[in-house]
Design a protein around this ligand. Sequence first.
Ligand code: HEC
Length: 117
Amino acid sequence: MISKLKYGSVIGVLLGVLLLSACGNSGAVDTTNNNSTEGMSVQNGDAEMIYKKKCMSCHGTDLQGRRGPSLQNIGSRLTEEEIVDVVTNGRNEMPKFEKNISAEDIQSVSKWLSELK
Ligand code: HEC
């Protein structure tokens, strides 16, 4: 008459779950961007792609700002150099991208942003 099933507790699969929140990009982001205005400035394609991958989650689908400030006319507030600095080294809640984006790419996204006046 000995009950053996005392340890019927379920083994929860706790491991690993904690690390799953790494990148919450939901893949299909609706951007009303068509490439038809291409041709005026050269590297916009690259810069915008970097923006979409790395910055859009905080600065908005249309640069309108979200968790971070709007960057819609950032070029009238910051120079290209200053933008490179913020992106490279971060500032308050703005993460630094020094190790995350190549210097070349930071340069190109900063140049693009600095032209938005
Ligand atoms: C985790 C959210 C987050 C991400 C991702 C992010 N930013 Fe930011 N960004 C911020 C916040 C918050 C600020 C405001 C910083 C402050 O308070 O000084 C900011 C500020 C800035 C500024 C200065 C704006 C100003 O008005 O002075 C620039 C430029 C900028 N971000 C560019 C970028 C670029 C380019 C990327 C992608 C490479 C990026 N950010 C990615 C959150 C983010």
